[in-house]
Each structure stands twice: as C-alpha cells, then as structure tokens.
Write a protein that binds this ligand. Structure first.
Ligand code: 3PG
Length: 383
C-alpha cells in the first residue's frame, strides 16, 4: 500500500476488527489500535477510505444488532479523531471525500460472504480503485471480503499490518535466532495437534502447558484426576513425545472445581488425586520454563499455561509472561487468550511482536497457505 498513489482514490481496506464486546461496547480495542497506522496512512495520503470487517459469527443474511459493527465504528472514530460513518446500504456505492473514513456494516451479514461468492466479491471490488488486504487475523479465510475481492479489485495489495505480521512470523520461523523455543498452552490438544507436530520439527525446545499438558501428563502415565484431558489423543501425544523432548510440569496447582472460588493446592504432578483438576503449573515448573526462555534466541508463545483469569491459578502464566518480558530473545505471541494474558500482566511493550491473529497465526505456524495472501501473490505475479 505504501508504494501506491492513494490521493483521490477509493481505497477499500479489509481489516480484522473482530473485537470482543461487552454491554454493547468494545471491551478490548487491541485489534482496532493495530489497524490504526494503516488507516491513518491511507487518510494522510488523501484516500477515500472505506473499511470492512466481520464481527463474530452471525447467521449469514440475518443482520442482528448484537453483531453490528456500530460500537467498533464509534471506538475507531474516537481513536482516529474523525467521524467514521457505518454504512449498511452500500450496494449503490459509497460516496466519500478525500481523507474521509467509513466502515461497511459486518460483511458476514451479506449472503455469500463465507462461501467466497463471486458476485459478492465483484460487488465489493466495484466499490474501490484499490483494495488493501490488511486483515492478517482473517487471512486464513477464503471469503468474499478477503480472498474474492482481492481477485476482482482493479488493484489489490497488502497493507502495512498484514505485511508486518508476515515479516515477524517469517523472522521467527524461517530465520530464527537459536535456540528457538515454542510454548504452546491453551485448553485442548485437538485444536493444536497440527501446530504441535509442525513445531516439533522446527523448534529446539517445545514446551506444553495448560489443558494441553494434561493430555501429555496422562500419556506419560501421570494421574490427572478430573482435569481436562483428551484421552483419545493420548496415543498422538505419546508419538510426539517419542519424536521430540516435551518436558512435563514437575508440579501443578489443583482445585476441586473449575471456579473462581475454588481453593488452590500446589502439589507434585505425581500426587494429583482422583477428584483434583489441574488448573495451573506449579512454581518449579514455571521456574523451569523461565530458565528455558532465559537461554532462548527466539520465543514463540501461543496459549496460557493455566486458568489465568482466576487469581489463584494465574501464577504460572504470569511467571511465563514475566520470563518473556525479561528475556532478550525475539519474542512473538499470538492468539486471543495469549493477548488477554499479555494485557493482564502488562507486558505488551516487552514482547517483540504481538500478532493480531488467532486461527491465522496457528495456520501460518503450521505451514499452511493463507488464501488471501496467496491471492495477493497471484495478483502481483500477474501484474
Ligand atoms: C479471529 O478472531 O480469529 C478472526 O477474526 C477470524 O474469525 P473467525 O474464526 O470467525 O473466522
């Protein structure tokens, strides 16, 4: 985008403004703030800036107030310091002056969006002279507002946010300073098995935490009580452990129930009782992870290692966050829960790069092609 002349041009920018809402207001504006430099740059260049994004997963073709981008337009206007009109009725065209900004209503209200419908993609393309794909967080979706419009727009290019995300990921994965350490937490192995398999081949040390670690503990014959554990994936966990070293937490913090009021008990990973739930890693395990991070050249972090939303089970994730903050390694973090943990422990300015992607981040790490990025590449090759 930075290389194009945008003055007086109709610039359609796909951002990922899929942010959490609470009581009708934006509760975390991290993704909106991440998109600001791109939007400001297009405005400063004199573009007529039309933004588009999805929000949540509404039933297609059924505009519902709870999925309206109205609160996002409001927050964006505050941050930009200029009006941002929300446009629902865009089919006849959207009229803007140079430097003005408008936001299309949730693209997932439009029938055909998710199916990457050609007519819809052409209708979006008709709104612009230049299409800028800047939504890294949605680049893994082949949808009309990400992939289809990039095919039919007069000019299609990557925006600075998307380009920056891809650069940071490439730096961390293709040419990492060694040792490369990946910490993969979160609740379920099933959602991250593919990423674990890929990382096992790339990293110098793989560390698992959270609910994921429970399945690995069970696979190595440790008791996990009533903890979240995917028993059907124990063979896959065993296979992975046979191929690469996966250190397991030596101690854990347990509760009798998954609740904010549950009493926490720290114990050896060998001493988990039948009615215990493992809800965090223990202090020895956290110190071991901190040592690995202190020696790393690159750290890739996705997923908390405990239920950090509950104070008594947050120490493990906090220790991990602080170790990353203190390390001189290039650190790259991604995923919704990881971002929430980074916010909670106030280390955002100590992480080298924070990705706005959740699913897109994982798919990139898995080595999958991101369809919207592939389409931009195709357009560049054709030009
Ligand atoms: C995300 O939050 O990961 C992106 O905005 C993609 O959302 P989706 O999974 O609903 O496509």
């Amino acid at each position: 985008m930075s290389e194009l002349e945008l003055a007086g041009q109709r610039v359609l920018i796909r951002e990922d403004l899929n942010v959490p809402l609470k009581d009708g207001r934006v509760s975390s504006d991290a993704r909106i703030r991440a998109a600001l430099p791109t939007i400001r740059q297009a405005v400063a260049a004199g573009g007529r800036v039309l933004l588009m994004s999805h929000l949540g997963r509404p039933v297609e073709g059924e505009p519902a107030t709870e999925f309206s981008l109205a609160p996002v337009a409001e927050r964006l206007a505050e941050l930009l310091g200029q009006p941002v009109a929300l446009v629902s009725d865009w089919r006849q065209g959207v009229s803007l002056e140079d430097g003005e900004v408008a936001l299309l209503e949730n693209v997932r209200f439009n029938p055909g969006e998710k199916a990457d419908d050609e007519a819809l993609a052409r209708a979006y393309a008709g709104l612009c002279d230049v299409f800028v794909m800047d939504a890294f967080g949605t680049a893994h979706r082949a949808q009309a507002s990400t992939h289809g419009v990039a095919r039919f727009a007069p000019v299609a290019c990557a925006g600075p946010l998307l380009a920056g995300e891809l650069d940071a990921l490439e730096k961390a994965l293709a040419h990492p300073a060694r040792p490369l350490v990946a910490i993969v937490g979160g609740s379920k192995v099933s959602t991250k098995l593919a990423v674990l398999e890929t990382l096992a081949q790339k990293v110098d040390q793989l560390v698992v935490g959270g609910g994921i670690a429970n399945t690995f503990l069970a696979a190595s014959g440790k008791p996990v009580g009533k903890s979240l554990c995917e028993h059907d994936l124990i063979p896959a966990a065993r296979e992975l452990m046979a191929r690469t070293s996966v250190p397991l937490p030596e101690d854990v913090v347990t509760g009798k129930e998954f609740a904010e009021s549950a009493a926490a008990q720290t114990k050896s990973a060998d001493a988990v009782a039948d009615d215990d739930m493992i809800l965090d890693i223990g202090p020895h395990a956290a110190a071991a992870i901190a040592r690995v991070i202190a020696d790393a050249g690159t750290v890739l972090w996705n997923g908390p290692v405990g239920v950090f939303e509950f104070a008594q089970f947050s120490a493990g994730t906090e220790a991990l966050a602080r170790a990353i903050a203190d390390s001189s390694a290039f650190s790259l973090a991604g995923g919704g829960d990881t971002l929430a943990a980074i916010d909670k422990f106030g280390i955002a300015d100590k992480v080298s790069y924070i990705s706005t992607g959740g699913g897109a981040f994982l798919e990139y790490v898995e080595g999958k092609t991101l369809p919207a990025v592939a389409m931009l590449q195709q357009r560049a090759d054709e030009a």
